[in-house]
Design a protein around this ligand. Structure first.
Ligand code: CTP
Length: 214
């Protein structure tokens, strides 16, 4: 039996962010948004009031969730903070870590044989939430790693002051960003649990069971 979430407010971020270089080009990533959308759908089904802050993805809005579409990391940050206070924030979005320093209002024309694009760090939404006055009581991050999953995930758990982090290994066939299935290892201070391999819809349910045990 899953725990009902009536009366809880949950903010979920999902998908990639696109950081514009010029009006026709951007820096993006391969996040499909499926994991975050599955978490939002499962939480809404359990009765939570869900705000789903979605990067650019072509997925149907889960029944019962309020969706806010954004494009860039800066816009995602605005939308997430505007959705507070919340009981939980589940940061499934693959937020770009860097954005072009000088996005061009006009299309960049080719000139030389090489082109150097200068990028600057984006705000770390999750880390900011970790120290925010309105910090949700349950702060959950995701970590996509190509190796050394446990070490990097536990480091992020501590560094960003999270309650939980769901790590997955990317670059493995049938797992990670684009597929319908995935495998997660969820870490919290003093514990861990492996989930899957399983469909992302199933993993979303099991993750919510860990975030809201009662
Ligand atoms: N995140 C965020 N804001 C950012 C970057 C990431 O909120 N600007 C969140 C993501 O939503 C995710 C987690 O932080 O929950 C991922 O951590 P991150 O440090 O971005 O992981 P990597 O990019 O994989 O970091 P690194 O390059 O250090 O491995």
């Amino acid at each position: 039996m899953s725990v009902p979430l009536d009366g809880r407010r949950i903010v979920v971020s999902a998908g990639p962010t696109y950081e514009d270089i010029d009006p026709v080009r951007f820096v993006g990533n391969r996040s499909s948004g499926k994991m975050g959308f599955a978490v939002a759908a499962a939480a809404a089904r359990r009765g939570a009031e869900v705000v789903l802050v979605a990067g650019p993805v072509a997925l149907a809005t889960p029944a019962g969730a309020r969706r806010v579409d954004v494009r860039s990391a800066a816009q995602m940050r605005e939308a997430v903070f505007a959705a507070l206070p919340a009981d939980a924030y589940i940061g499934a979005a693959a937020v770009a870590d860097y954005t072009p320093r000088h996005p061009s209002p006009d299309k960049v024309k080719k000139t030389g044989e090489t082109l150097v694009l200068e990028l600057v760090r984006t705000p770390d939404i999750l880390a900011e939430l970790g120290v925010h006055a309105l910090r949700p009581r349950r702060l959950v991050g995701f970590a996509a790693e190509t190796g050394d999953v446990a070490r990097y995930a536990q480091d992020k758990l501590a560094r960003k002051r999270l309650d939980m982090i769901a790590a997955n290994r990317v670059g493995v066939a049938g797992q990670g960003f684009e597929g319908d299935d995935n495998a997660l290892v969820v870490y919290w201070p003093g514990g861990e649990r492996a989930l899957g391999p399983a469909p992302k819809t199933e993993l979303a349910e099991r993750l919510l069971d860990l975030v809201f045990p009662d």
